[in-house]
Write a protein that binds this ligand. Sequence first.
Ligand code: ADP
Ligand code: MG
Length: 290
Amino acid sequence: ATPTAVMVGTGLGASHGVLIKGGQSLENTHKVNCVVFDKTGTVNAKLLKTMEPQQFYELIAATEVNSEHPLAKAIVEHAKTFWEEGDKSIWPEARDFVSVPGHGVKAMVRDREILIGNKSLMLQHNMNIPEDAENILAQAEKMAQTGILVSFDREVTGVLAISDPLKPGVREVISILKSMKVMSIMVTGDNLGTAESIAKEVGIGTIIAEANPEQKAEKVKDLQALGYTVAMVGDGINDSPALAVADVGMAIGAGTDIAIEAADIVLMKSNLEDVITAIDLSRKTFFRIR
Ligand code: ADP
Ligand code: MG
């Protein structure tokens, strides 16, 4: 394609909210024949077991407000609903906040150690998972929800079930990609049960579950070694290694700054349909003028 065609293509992308960083990104996109989706999306948290809700939510919101993870944002939003307008943004201070990518977060709030995350985060800290918590987790998985454990001072005190209402249209996006001879794969740090129910819902046949950020990147490399030109779609810090190694990294615009930085293309409208827009635009630019 001529430089002019590339400029036109990039400009057209921008007008559709598809931010393409440079001509090379646009060019690579027309060769994409495999899209790896992070299981992305959010929200509405449900508290299934707890102490006094305000006390519980204050501690977890104070912790999660330091995390950029979409799940964290969902949890903080949900916590806010327990306060009257006006005083809801006042969380106690969290000290020693640590994020454990792919597993959860940790901090000290009101002199209590707060851990929020998946089972392996709790196991890493030598905790027992009580049977009722296990049951709630299993139930959440069946309903395609992400079950998150909360512990205070190394004792599991709550489980949050966060459902990930898939944006309408994801199923269609997958099927259109298929018709464009582009394979779709899902990778996620989430457990296999949740991943499977979601994959089934959207029509994705291949899933990689319980993958940490490095394993997500490894998976992309495996696909490349098989000869695929891979686009990775993700939104979190945990996705940035995979976004960086992919032939085309596509960040969801509502995602974290680090993901947006690591990407070649930013989907500003946070709309998965725009994966198609990007591939289409690139194909038009590079097939037309060769
Ligand atoms: P995904 O691939 O679904 O985006 P991640 O790799 O980001 O998942 O995280 C994997 C799991 O780690 C999540 O399903 C969740 O259980 C836990 N986790 C990660 N970050 C957080 C957080 N900020 N708060 C609570 N749990 C978290
Ligand atoms: Mg994610």
